[in-house]
Design a protein around this ligand. Sequence first.
Ligand SMILES: [Zn+2]
Length: 621
Amino acid sequence: MDAELELQATSLAFYRPPAKLTLSQWADEFAVLSAESSAEAGRWKTLPYQRGIMDAFTDPRVETVVWMKSARVGATKIFNHLVGYHMHQDPCPVMFVQPTVEDAEGHSKSEIAPMLRDTPCLRGLVGDSKQKDGGNTILEKSFPGGVLGLVGANSARGFRRVSRRVVLFDEVDGYPATTNEGDQIKLGIRRSEYYWNRKIGIASTPTTKDFSRIERWFLRTDQRRYFVPCPHCSHHQVLRWQQFKWEQGQPETVGYECESCTARIPHSQKRWMVERGEWRATAIADAPGLVGFHLWAAYSYSPNASWEQLVREFLEVKSDRDQLRTFVNTVLGEPFEDDYTAKLSPDGLMARREEYLPGSCPAGVLLLTCGVDVQDNRLAVSVWGWGRGEEAWLVWHQEIHGDPTREEVWEQLDTVLAAGWPMVGGGDLKIAALGVDSGGHCTHEVYEFARQRRARGVIPLKGANTAGKPVIGKGSKQDVNRRDQTIRKGVTLYLVGTDTAKTTIFGRLRHTQTGPGSFHFGQGADDEFFRQLTAEKQQMRTVKGFPVREWVKASGDRNEALDCLVYAYATLQWVARRYNRATMWDQLERHVKAAATAEQPPPEPARKARVRPAVNSVTSW
Ligand SMILES: [Zn+2]
């Protein structure tokens, strides 16, 4: 080679673009599995179903990879390889988010440190952790051209003041519901926004249907699934749990029934099928560059994920809902929906509406309570009628618009309190007690309103969202801060066991027959009312290893109608304390009958609400 050419070659070599290995190529060439974190230590070998997922991470057309998965498909290792790839091949700042700071530390020690030690091409890239200023702490590892930061989703600190080109979110369904600063996935993605070539990975085993973060993300993607051919008819299909068939009680007889030719395919042909499989998109993504993968244990080459083993696991758990949930999440990789957490259908309740008009009390109503939810620009007000066995009728629901720091808003609520509500049998009922939320906005305005109307049965309430609390607790005296003075112990505040109340209410809303505990809605209840009433559902969450059910609503949804009902129901329990429970409804019935005969019954029984409180600026009915 002559000198000039040689010079040219040298400079070309100097300016050569970074090697264009895909992640699976890189892992097959360089990755090593450490003994303490893998059943089989040694060289990594990419399995057919892993290749498409791995290479999406290094595909320049892809910005976000969403992976909804079961256990036993190698997800942790693949994320680790991606970290190794960026240390070795394509240095840049990387953020790796785990559910908690402890998880992040654990991952650093049990996965990242052994990888750095055992992978020859990574050895020496990160300084010695024993040396100060070596750029190597448990949660931050510097390497030439980049840094790896491990972050716990339970701490907003990790998301501040950093810029990251690659952001990986692992086990996102295990992230705490929210930090004070908002959704951790959004916070993390924001850290990458200055990079045109950023890469975002979001992976998790799903949890509860509709509340699973990974499900929500997956549904936005092109939803790639792994199609495998039938050895008999070549029909490509996604493996589905319901196609697995076995003789009763004999998991060893399991086979996969082809959805096309119905041939029973034995487990011994799984690898043959998977080797010939391919990822196919099954939906249109919301955005270009947003790809999603779903993968579950039936494809797994793991020796403890044979089809027979999966059937055995299913037979063990199928009669226990909580264990079945775990099976569906961790084996099928699917979100779980059970009856307990299924969202009530607003349409189903709407269809149950009865003939009565807003503002009137149908037969059976013996007592009225009012629940008020306070927002920063309105009050939501529900008047509920109660009968024997706590049978309930929605009598009236309305919003009073205006700033609750202003008198006018409360004056309008006074008209509701003062109104008489016509009964079908004649006569009027007055609201027996009114419970108003003081836990959120305008606490002292609420206190003052209640303090002045104590004799009228107005009580301030505050939701206490702890499981197992009574619907209404013992009262506690509170100071009332008015503009001009503080009134020491001026008002009695009652804590509401919202969790208990909602569990009771939702249990009852599910019942369609009438009678004790049933709910009735009149013609005034509209779409929006039912949407708000059904906005929440129960979700399972793990707190320190224990499953906990909590009521949650989708962010942005309004739930004031439900809150109003919870407050009205708690207020009913407060009123009931004045009565002997055994005779309460008898006493109320006598009272109502007396009120009805004291007045001439109207010719047409309460066809129209005769008394409507004069409430202005009303939006709904
Ligand atoms: Zn077939």
